[in-house]
Design a protein around this ligand. Sequence first.
Ligand code: G3I
Length: 377
Amino acid sequence: MLMRRVGFLLALLCLAGGPVRALPTDPCLEPGSDCTLRELADLAGVRIGAATQPALIQGDPTYAEILPREFGSLTPENQMKWVALRPDRDTYRFGPADELVAFAEANGMRVRGHTLLWSDPIRIPDWVSAIDDPVELQGVLDEHIDTVGRRYAGRVDAWDVVNEPLEIFGPPVLRDNVYLDLLGPDYIAQAFHAARAADPGAVLFLNETQVTSRAKFDALYALVTDLLAQGVPIDAVGLQGHYLTGFNEPAPGFLQEMVQAFADLGLLVELTELDMPVTPLTPDRLEAQARSLGRVMSECLAVEACQGITFWGFTDRYTWIDSFLAPGLIPLPFDVDYQKKPAWFAAADALRARAVGEPALLGLAAILGLGCARRRA
Ligand code: G3I
């Protein structure tokens, strides 16, 4: 009798599309299986992605083969930014962004749009920063979001609508830029309204970097709750995740606490730009990197609202870190020769753990050999 009741409850959960997508009976979920990150993410029901550039896809066949095999999602690293799409007021250059969207579609990948508005003043085109009339600036901003959002509607499933609105380091206040100066803090809300109108189907993100301190989290949380209270159509928070291994990682437990806090507001969360450079002085640095990366991924994926993880690149052969910090800090899960690093295996384990699920009842289902994924198959 008890078993029948449990079975009935499980059937209901399965029909409702319960949170567990796979059971340990799937060969990919065996520790040490050679399944790809993409296969594991599919089993876990989450996005696994990488930032990329057309030149790499066109110029390196090995790169172009591994990218769609291992990742089910891509983010244009630079090609959808204002400076790339909009060299001047009257010119749109969609070519490179279109190429990436076409590559994604040809390979059944999702696309994260990045980004409709970047608050970093040095990333705002000079011709925009030179505008001194608020009405004109609002018009330019609305027109840009409308044009880009409509062009990719239905092809980009998520947008980083506003990128890095807070100061990176120092007091976590809104960044000083032409938008804040002329339009006030409402420029953020207006950008989300414009994005929703342009592409009603896209998941709209506020994407922030270096949220590793309590002060920065508090500021981000206050900003997001304020937007929600105003009825602003924000669906998700992106935590970028450029963490220097052993130095500016979020303290153990803190990332999960942050993700849970946003989940409790009804929002989705993704790690949108994960890479973890590691210095040559770090003892056992490949293992140290793997431990940190696995922990960070696990803390996000422990919360159901954490719906995806995107690496900022995927191979140490091509990474912005080489020019921005120093060469040789090897921040990604594949090495320069496309071999899987310990970080890759840590990522795979984190996805596997999510795939087998946390909720107790469904854990019981696994023990009993009953499976929603199998039933749906
Ligand atoms: O396209 C020009 C090329 O014509 C020129 O010859 C070359 C000379 O340096 O520069 C090329 O542009 C560079 C561009 O990347 C494309 O490679 C820019 O100088 C360079 O500043 C730009 O850097 C990008 C940076 O954002 C600024 O847009 C990085 O690749 C990209 O990884 C980085 O990504 C950001 C995210 O968008 C937001 N979060 C932080 C993250 C890391 O900074």
